[in-house]
Design a protein around this ligand. Structure first.
Ligand code: SF4
Length: 218
């Protein structure tokens, strides 16, 4: 079954990669998350000039090993906006600075079969960096994020990704933490504030996507 699933998803990833490429994204396909890290180092980093980097919250990215690599690279000023040792105020200031780095990395809540990225953000730093500011953007996206269209993407995010994301925040008190369903809340801790649909990469090739043939992230 595993081999069959891998083969099935490989075809889906290739079709999604073609659609993303037609929309001016630069796309790579990895069979494993560890392979994504190698693609990042050997194929992406060698093509771009980077002296500063940062990231927007992403479980997939955290698990990839890419952040550790960047943190240890002496030539790169890595702005760690999610360092657990800093205060909320310090984190917010770093997130502002992260919008002007050379390289910004994150994941995506969904990617459509016709090659669009769909995201929902609480603070806006993740979709902000994705949209404008950093010269280069790299996204690592698991196969489970592929959906038919924007409507299906929004459905996936509201029914699954957003409540799961709220539940993973320790001490969060939004209604979805209790029920697992989105209640379109008015909570000050509401994590669902800004939607983005990235239909094309502008300029062409600014956004690089690594599609991974594994179930990753939320
Ligand atoms: S709008 Fe509120 S209840 Fe709905 S998923 Fe977002 S945080 Fe949870």
């Amino acid at each position: 079954m595993t081999e069959l699933a891998t083969s099935f998803w490989r075809k889906r990833l290739e079709q999604c990669a073609d659609a993303l490429t037609a929309n001016n994204f630069t796309v790579f396909i990895a069979d494993r998350l560890s392979e994504a890290e190698a693609i990042f180092r050997k194929q992406i980093l060698k093509d771009i000039k980077v002296s500063s980097a940062s990231w927007g919250d992403s479980i997939t990215l955290k698990d990839s090993g890419i952040l550790e690599f960047l943190k240890s690279a002496p030539e790169i000023d890595f702005i760690d906006t999610f360092d657990p040792g800093i205060t909320r105020e310090e984190s917010m200031e770093l997130r502002r600075r992260a919008l002007l780095v050379d390289l910004f990395l994150t994941g995506s809540n969904a990617v459509t079969e016709d090659g669009c990225l769909v995201n929902l953000d609480m603070v806006g730093n993740r979709v902000g960096g994705l949209t404008f500011g950093p010269h280069h953007v790299v996204l690592v996206i698991g196969r489970n994020k592929i959906v038919e269209d924007v409507e299906a993407a929004m459905e996936r995010i509201k029914r699954f990704a957003a409540p799961m994301n709220a539940i993973r925040h320790e001490g969060w008190k939004t209604p979805c933490v209790k029920t697992s369903f989105c209640m379109d809340c008015q909570s000050p801790q509401r994590i669902c504030n800004t939607w983005t649909v990235t239909q094309k990469s502008y300029p062409k090739g600014r956004i690089r996507v690594i599609l991974v043939n594994e179930e990753l992230g939320l």
